[in-house]
Design a protein. Structure first.
Length: 290
């Protein structure tokens, strides 16, 4: 059976929901250094805050690197779906846990703005782990990083390098305004609209087990990965619900190949992707979201 990817939800990935505390607000489901900075160091402003400068919805999250002069330290803005523990006196921190996941994801995507100071860089990363033989093993990792100034909302995509034989059970996402060992106060990272893309593969011996499809909403294309046992005649068509062909990729001898099916000219709606390989037809109905 041919499977097609869907977007898996990042908890509060649009940063529309916030939890209020006495000295600060935190995005729901995300941990930040705000408790330590605003509560232990009473009088200092938070390093993670709600911003009305957004890509969609009403809010985004603002991560800002700030100087804490009393302790002579610079603390970056950090958000994580796990648990963040900070020891400011000893300048150490640890991140544990995450949120459950049942399907291997392939991309972490979203939108960002970045204003660095002093050559600083930011990073957004994702880690996938699996509980195995009484221990937690890392089975997938991906990240996006830049040191360039980006003053308008821009999409980013981080490919996740994952062990194909593993099935992760926990996911953590971490973003930090300053990824360098010597962070610079004043560096600011904005994030909004985080989401995950993934593909569900098959492990049987049917020909359709050699087909995987990813929908990339930023590039407006379907990426079709073919992995057949031998070269055979293969064609692809994209049909609308009236049965009309809206994209036609002629037949060629194909074995292992990546094929891009662009749909930027199509309206949002239900379509059918039809693949004919060695005179056998495989098709799947799905929704395009231009």
């Amino acid at each position: 059976m041919l499977r097609i990817s869907q977007a898996q939800t990042v908890p509060n990935g649009d940063f529309e929901t916030w939890t209020s505390h006495s000295h600060y607000d935190d995005p729901q489901y995300w941990d930040t250094p705000n408790q330590e900075v605003c509560t232990i160091l009473t009088g200092y402003t938070n390093v993670v805050s709600k911003s009305t400068d957004h890509q969609s919805g009403s809010f985004s999250v603002k991560l800002e690197t700030k100087n804490i002069p009393f302790f002579n330290v610079v603390i970056p803005g950090v958000i994580t779906l796990g648990t963040l523990t900070i020891d400011i006196l000893n300048l150490t921190y640890s991140i544990t846990g995450g949120v459950p996941i049942t399907i291997p994801v392939t991309h972490l995507k979203g939108f960002y703005k970045f204003i660095p100071k002093g050559g600083d860089s930011c990073a957004v990363g994702i880690g996938l782990t699996q509980w195995h033989d009484g221990m937690r093993d890392s089975v997938g990792l991906g990240y996006f990083s830049t040191h360039s100034t980006v003053s308008t909302w821009t999409p980013f995509s981080a490919w996740i390098n994952i062990d194909s034989l593993a099935t992760p059970d926990t996911m953590n996402i971490l973003a930090i305004s300053s990824a360098m060992s010597n962070p610079t106060a004043g560096t600011v990272l904005y994030l909004d609209g985080l989401y995950l893309d993934y593909a569900v593969g098959t492990k049987d011996e049917r020909p359709s087990a050699g087909i995987e499809i990813y929908q990339d909403r930023e590039l407006k294309e379907l990426l079709v990965f073919l992995d057949f046992s031998s070269d055979q005649s293969t064609s692809l068509k994209l049909l609308n619900m009236m049965g009309q062909t809206v994209v036609d990729i002629p037949s060629e001898l194909r074995k292992k190949e990546k094929i891009s099916v662009h749909y930027d000219h199509l309206d949002r709606g239900i379509y059918i992707l039809e693949i004919i390989h060695n005179n056998k037809k495989f098709s799947r109905k799905f929704i395009l979201n231009p």
